[in-house]
Design a protein around this ligand. Structure first.
Ligand code: ADP
Length: 394
C-alpha cells in the first residue's frame, strides 16, 4: 500500500482510494484506525490510498458532494463507492472482497485490452484520481470565474455611476460659471481702460455685477470642496453600493413600514409619484435610511389629523427630485441650514424625543450620492424637505 498526503493526485494503481479527513482530534483517531486496518488487509496487488484534508481541498469534497468526514472513497476501479459514517472499518471489511474481485476483473480486462491494442485497437481512457482532481479544479475555477464576473459587474456599475456623476456635476457647475462669466463679460465690455471707468453702467449696476461674479465663484468653490470631501468619505468610512433603484416603490415600502405610526396620529398620506419617474442611481439601503428619517420627522412633528405628502419629480435629464412635506410647524428660515448640522435641534422641539442626528445623516448620504438636500416651507406653513439623486441611465 502506498499512502500519500499533500502530493499531486495521480496514480496508476489498480485500486485507488481517497480518505477525506478533517482536523478534529476525534477524526484523527478514526483515520488511524482505518489506516492500520487497511495495512492488515494488504492485498496482493498495488493499491493507493490518498489522504485529503477537506479544509485544504474543499473543492474535492464538493466534487464528491461529501457531507461528513471521515469518508473513504473508492475511485478506481469504477463504479465509485463512498463509505462514510462512524463504522468505516466495518463497512470496509464487508466490501473488501468485492473490491478485490472488481480489481481482478479490471486487471483481466486490461490484459485483454493490451492484447487488442497490439492488434491495432485503441484503449479507452480510464477514470482515475487524476481525472477527479481535474474536475475538482474545474469546479474551483468556475467558482472563481463567477466571483470575478460579479466583481467586474460591480466595478462597471461604479464606473458608470462616476461617469454619470461627472456629467451631472459638469452640468451643475456650468450654471454658476455661466452667471459669473456673463457678469465679468458685461464689466469687461463696458470698461474704458483709458478713462479707468465703466461706461454705460451705473455705479450700482457695476457693484451688483462684481458681487454676482464673486458670489458665483464662491458657489463653484463650495461645490468643489464638497466634491472632494465626498471623494474622501467614499474611500474611508462611508462605503456604498450604487445600483438601479425605483425610488417611488422604495418610498411606498417605507410608508408601509411606518403605517402604524401615522395611522395612530390619524395622518393622511398624499402620494404624488409619477408612473414614469426614472429610476435613480443609489444605494437602496442608504436611501431607505433617508426616507425613514424624513418620514419619521414628518410624522413626529405633524399634529394629529395632518397631511404628509410624498412627491417625485424628474427635474432635469440627470436628476430626480424627491420631496416630503407635512403640515407641522415648519422650519424658520434662519434655521434652515443649521438643522442639517450634527446634534442641532430647534429650541422649540427640545421637549420632543430625538438626538438631532437624523438630518445630518440624511445630508451625508445624499452628498455621498452627489445630490443635494434642503428644506423650505410649504405654502401651508409645514416643512418641505427635498433631495436630489442622479438618474439611472437607460
Ligand atoms: P431629531 O431627532 O431631533 O428629530 P433631526 O436631525 O431629524 O433630529 O432634526 C433636527 C431638528 O430639525 C429637529 O429637532 C426639529 O427641531 C427639526 N425638524 C426636523 N424635521 C422637522 C419637521 N418635519 N418639521 C418641523 N421640524 C423639524
Amino acid at each position: 500500500m502506498q499512502v500519500s498526503q499533500d502530493q499531486p493526485i495521480s496514480s496508476e494503481a489498480p485500486l485507488q482510494l481517497l480518505l477525506f479527513v478533517d482536523g478534529r482530534p476525534k477524526s484523527k483517531q478514526q483515520v488511524q484506525r482505518i489506516r492500520s486496518y487497511l495495512k492488515e488487509l494488504e492485498a496482493d496487488y498495488h493499491f493507493e490510498l490518498q489522504i485529503v484534508d477537506v479544509g485544504q481541498q474543499p473543492y474535492l469534497a464538493e466534487h464528491f458532494k461529501l457531507v461528513a468526514t471521515p469518508a473513504l472513497i473508492k475511485i478506481h476501479p469504477e463504479p465509485r463507492q463512498i463509505l462514510a459514517g462512524s463504522n468505516i472499518t466495518g463497512q470496509l471489511k464487508a466490501w473488501w472482497p468485492r473490491w478485490q474481485a472488481a480489481v481482478d476483473t479490471y486487471l483481466q480486462l486490461q490484459t485483454n485490452l493490451q492484447e487488442n491494442e497490439e492488434n491495432g485497437h485503441v484503449r479507452e481512457p480510464k477514470s482515475s484520481i487524476r481525472s477527479v482532481a481535474v474536475s475538482a479544479e474545474l469546479i474551483r475555477l468556475s467558482d472563481e470565474i463567477f466571483r470575478l464576473k460579479q466583481e467586474k459587474e460591480k466595478l462597471q456599475e461604479q464606473i458608470q455611476f462616476k461617469d454619470r456623476i461627472i456629467a451631472m456635476l459638469a452640468h451643475d457647475l456650468r450654471n454658476p460659471l455661466t452667471a459669473a462669466s456673463i457678469a465679468m463679460d458685461t464689466l469687461q465690455s463696458n470698461y474704458n481702460a483709458e478713462k479707468g471707468a465703466f461706461e454705460r453702467l451705473t455705479p450700482k449696476m457695476t457693484a451688483h455685477l462684481f458681487k454676482q461674479a464673486r458670489s458665483q465663484t464662491k458657489t463653484i468653490d463650495r461645490m468643489i470642496t464638497d466634491l472632494l470631501q465626498v471623494g474622501r468619505d467614499h474611500d474611508r468610512e462611508f462605503p456604498f453600493q450604487p445600483q438601479k433603484v425605483d425610488i417611488g416603490k422604495l418610498c411606498l415600502d417605507v410608508l408601509d413600514e411606518l403605517r402604524d405610526r401615522y395611522t395612530a396620529k390619524s395622518h393622511k398620506v398624499k402620494k404624488d409619484i409619477p408612473k414614469d419617474l426614472p429610476n435613480v442611481y443609489a444605494d437602496p439601503e442608504r436611501i431607505r435610511q433617508v426616507l425613514i428619517n424624513l418620514l419619521d420627522n414628518a410624522i413626529k412633528y405633524t399634529p394629529e389629523s395632518g397631511y404628509i405628502t410624498v412627491s417625485g419629480l424628474h427635474r432635469t435629464t440627470q436628476k430626480v427630485q424627491f420631496s416630503i412635506g407635512d403640515t407641522g410647524p415648519g422650519i424658520p428660515e434662519e434655521n434652515r441650514d443649521r438643522i442639517f448640522e450634527n446634534h442641532y435641534r430647534l429650541e422649540r422641539d427640545e421637549s420632543k424625543e430625538g438626538y438631532g442626528i437624523g438630518l445630518c445623516l440624511c445630508q451625508r448620504i445624499i452628498l455621498a450620492h452627489y445630490g443635494q438636500i434642503w428644506v423650505d416651507n410649504a405654502p401651508n406653513g409645514g416643512a418641505w424637505f427635498h433631495f436630489t439623486l442622479p438618474v439611472y441611465p437607460n
